[in-house]
Design a protein around this ligand. Structure first.
Ligand code: 13P
Length: 346
């Protein structure tokens, strides 16, 4: 892909108020989600689950691209059609998670560094030949007493930037995902401070590595208090803090910001994205979109439960959540009518 094609792909990933479906759980993560629901953790069932997702009728109305995993890009529907082809034929751009996971960082208790740079150039070449058009790399930053350290932030930012440069060399649009975890009792102010610092360092490194901002997508966390923080805040406060933080650090050349959900409930993730778009959409240089995994998939996974008989109902739930998030991009998501009223939406 030329630079122009990458720029057009990045724009297409956030066009028409659509967003990305992250269905790139690694086998250990997918197995963990299955185990929590007592679904057997087999390759066959992982394949059946992904078949349920990619054959959902109408998913392309609200989903622009899907992030897959190495196992999944090599899997097929029962009729033999590859998942990559099913998505491409539906007008959904296929992409791939290429990091090798977050590992304990030497000498830095409680912190992680994402691995996967070795051999990445060859893997990206193969993925591009398979028809994949974008990639994803996730860095994980824990917030706590004395962490993140500058060492953790810089090492992860540099890995993200080196990955992004390799992607663009191979003609793939990089999704750059630095995730501040919601675990812990930190306040929203602390999340703001850490998110601002991390994004600042990430963009400094992306610039240093020569990454073309017009041909990438940023996938950040929303600015939220830790799950155990005694002071929780309203949907509008999250919207204000998140946009204020992003405006400070994300260059206007970046076409789109697609949030991760990070363990928020599906309804809360939609409500917060909705509030950002209602309050700020007309004033922002980039699109505010979504790249949710759990906040789109979880209700469908719970209904599907590993059973063929539940496929149709699970697909309806998946379709519904994708639509809710498209509505949120338009500032038209109304929790009370589109979803059951949620006690946890402040
Ligand atoms: P969640 O939306 O479940 O946080 O997942 C997004 C993702 O792709 C994590 O890398």
């Amino acid at each position: 892909m030329s630079s122009l094609e990458m720029i057009n792909t990045a724009k297409a990933m956030v066009a028409n108020d659509k967003g990305l479906l992250a269905m790139d759980e690694s086998n250990p993560t997918c197995n963990k989600r299955f185990a929590a629901l007592e679904i057997p953790q087999t390759e066959e069932l992982r394949c059946a689950y992904r078949e349920m997702i990619v054959t959902t009728t109408g998913l392309n109305e609200s989903i622009s691209g899907a992030i897959l995993y190495d196992e999944t890009v090599r899997q097929h529907l029962k009729n033999g059609t590859s998942f990559v082809k099913v998505l491409t034929d539906a007008g959904i751009i296929p992409g791939i998670k290429v990091d090798a996971g977050a590992k304990d960082m030497a000498g830095h208790a409680g912190e992680k560094i994402t691995e996967g740079l070795d051999g990445l150039r060859d893997r990206l070449k193969e993925y591009a030949q398979m028809g994949l058009r974008f990639a994803k790399w996730r860095a994980v930053i824990a917030v706590g007493n004395g962490i993140p350290t500058r060492a953790c932030v810089e090492a992860n930012a540099q890995a993200l930037a080196r990955y992004a440069a390799l992607c663009q060399e191979a003609g793939l649009v990089p999704i750059v995902e630095p995730e501040m975890l919601m675990n812990g009792d930190h306040t929203i102010e602390r999340c703001f401070e850490v998110t601002e610092e991390v994004l600042h360092v990430v963009f400094e490194q992306l610039y240093a590595q020569g990454v073309m901002f017009e041909g990438m997508i940023l996938k950040p966390n929303m600015v939220v208090p830790g799950l155990a923080c005694p002071i929780q805040v309203s949907v509008d406060e999250v919207a204000d803090a998140t946009v204020k933080c992003l405006l400070r650090v994300v260059p206007a050349a970046v076409p789109g910001i697609a949030f991760l959900s990070g363990g928020q409930s599906a309804e809360l993730a939609s409500a917060r994205l909705n509030a950002m778009n209602i309050r700020f959409k007309s004033q922002l240089p980039w699109a505010l979109a979504f790249s949710f995994a759990r906040a789109i998939q979880q209700p469908a996974l719970e209904i599907w439960h590993g059973k063929e008989a539940n496929v149709s109902e699970a697909q309806q739930a998946l379709y519904h959540r994708a639509k809710c998030n498209q509505a949120a991009r338009r500032g038209e998501y109304i929790a009370a009518t589109m979803d059951k009223p949620q006690e946890n939406i402040l």
